[in-house]
Design a protein around this ligand. Structure first.
Ligand code: PBG
Length: 335
C-alpha cells in the first residue's frame, strides 16, 4: 500500500462516505423529524377570524371557533405538540384574563380537548400579552423606578398555571423569567392536585431583539422600558448554567434556551451540563422572519435554509424545537 495524496497511510479519504446519497443517509448524525417540533399558535378573541401576521408570513392569529381545522392539519402532519399564546379582549394592570376561567387560553384549551385532539397542549404562562403595560408581571417600584415585582408576580403566575391546568392543559411553560418561578409553580400545581402536569421552563431566556415580530403577533410590546431587569443579557453564557441549575433544583421537567440561533453555544453547554434532561430550543419570530424576508426577495432558498437552521439547533443539543416552520418543515421532510 502506498500513502495517499496527503501523505497519510493507510489512505484516509473522507469523501468516500459522501459519494452516494444512500450512504450519506446512513452516516447522517442528526435527523430532523416532524416529531421534534412544537408549533406556537396565536389565539384571538372573537369569531370566524384568521388574521395574517404581517411580520410573520404564513402565521396568523386565529379565533377559537377556527381551531378545529387548524388542529386537524397539525395532527395530520405528525407534529406532536402546540404551544398557545393568547390575545385577550381586555387587558388590565394585572393581566386578569390570564387567570380567568373564561380567559382566551382557557377557552382555547377547552375547545381543543372537546374536539378530542391527541395533540399535546402546552400553554405559555406569562403576562405580557394580558397586561395593559405589556410587562410580564405586576408593576412595583424599585429605587423610584417602575419595575416588575418578582414575588407579587409569582402569586398570579400560580393562579394562571392552575387555571390552565383546570382547563385541560397538558404541560405548562412559564416564560416570564421571575426568580423562584418554577418552585412556586410546582408547589401551586401540586397543591391544586396537578402533580402529573410537567413544567417546561424557559430557563435561559435572553432579552432579545429577535422577539420583535412576536410582539406584533401577540400585541405584547412593553409600553415603557424594556425587559432587561428580568430577561438575560445576551452577552452572558455562564449565567445560563446558573439559571438552568436553579430551575432543575426547583423541579423543572424540561429546560429551554431561547432564542435558538444566536445561542447555539448556550444550547450546547446546557446539553453538555445536563445530558439527562430533555432540552427544548425556541426558534423565535425574528429568526423566522429573516428567512421569510430573504426568501421572498429570492436571495436564499427558504426550504434549504430553514431545514439547515433546524438541523443546526438539533445538532447543538436540542431534543425538541419550538418553531413557526413546524408545518412547512413536516411537509418538506415527510410529504
Ligand atoms: C413572553 C414570550 C415572548 C416570546 C415567547 N413568550 C416574547 C417576549 O419575551 O417579549 C417570543 C417568541 C418569539 O419571538 O417567537 N410571554
Amino acid at each position: 500500500m502506498s500513502a495517499d495524496a496527503s501523505g497519510q497511510f493507510p489512505s484516509v479519504r473522507l469523501r468516500r462516505l459522501r459519494s452516494h446519497s444512500q450512504l450519506r443517509e446512513l452516516v447522517r448524525e442528526t435527523k430532523l423529524d416532524a416529531g421534534d417540533f412544537i408549533l406556537p399558535l396565536f389565539i384571538k378573541h372573537g369569531q370566524g377570524q384568521r388574521l395574517p401576521i404581517g411580520s410573520m408570513p404564513g402565521q396568523s392569529q386565529i379565533t377559537v371557533d377556527l381551531l378545529k381545522e387548524e388542529i386537524a392539519e397539525i395532527e395530520a402532519l405528525g407534529i406532536p405538540a402546540i404551544i398557545l399564546f393568547g390575545i385577550p379582549e381586555h387587558k388590565d394592570a394585572v393581566g386578569s384574563d390570564a387567570y380567568s376561567d373564561t380567559g382566551i387560553i382557557q377557552q382555547a384549551v377547552r375547545e381543543i380537548k372537546r374536539l378530542g385532539s391527541k395533540l399535546l397542549v402546552m400553554t405559555d404562562v406569562c403576562f405580557c400579552e394580558f397586561t395593559d403595560h405589556g410587562h410580564c408581571g405586576i408593576i412595583g417600584h424599585r429605587h423610584g423606578q417602575p419595575d416588575v415585582d418578582n414575588d407579587q408576580t409569582l402569586e398570579i403566575l400560580v393562579k394562571e398555571a392552575v387555571s390552565h391546568a383546570q382547563a385541560g392543559a397538558d404541560l405548562i411553560a412559564p416564560s416570564g423569567m421571575m426568580d423562584g418561578m418554577i418552585q412556586a409553580l410546582r408547589q401551586g400545581l401540586d397543591a391544586a392536585g396537578f402533580t402529573h402536569i410537567p413544567i417546561m421552563s424557559y430557563a435561559a431566556k435572553y432579552c432579545s431583539a429577535f422577539y420583535g415580530p412576536f410582539r406584533d403577533a401577540a400585541e405584547s410590546a412593553p409600553k415603557f422600558g424594556d425587559r432587561r431587569t428580568y430577561q438575560m443579557d445576551p452577552a452572558n453564557g455562564r449565567e445560563a448554567l446558573r439559571e438552568v441549575a436553579l430551575d432543575l433544583a426547583e423541579g423543572a421537567d424540561i429546560l429551554m434556551v431561547k432564542p435558538a440561533l444566536s445561542y447555539l453555544d448556550v444550547i450546547y453547554r446546557v446539553k453538555q451540563a445536563h445530558p439527562e434532561v430533555p432540552l427544548a430550543a425556541y426558534n423565535v419570530s425574528g429568526e423566522y422572519a429573516m428567512i421569510k424576508a430573504a426568501a421572498a426577495n429570492g436571495w436564499i432558498d427558504e426550504q434549504r435554509v430553514a431545514l439547515e437552521v433546524l438541523t443546526s439547533i438539533k445538532r447543538a443539543g436540542a431534543d425538541m424545537i419550538l418553531t413557526y416552520f413546524a408545518k412547512d418543515a413536516a411537509r418538506w421532510l415527510h410529504f
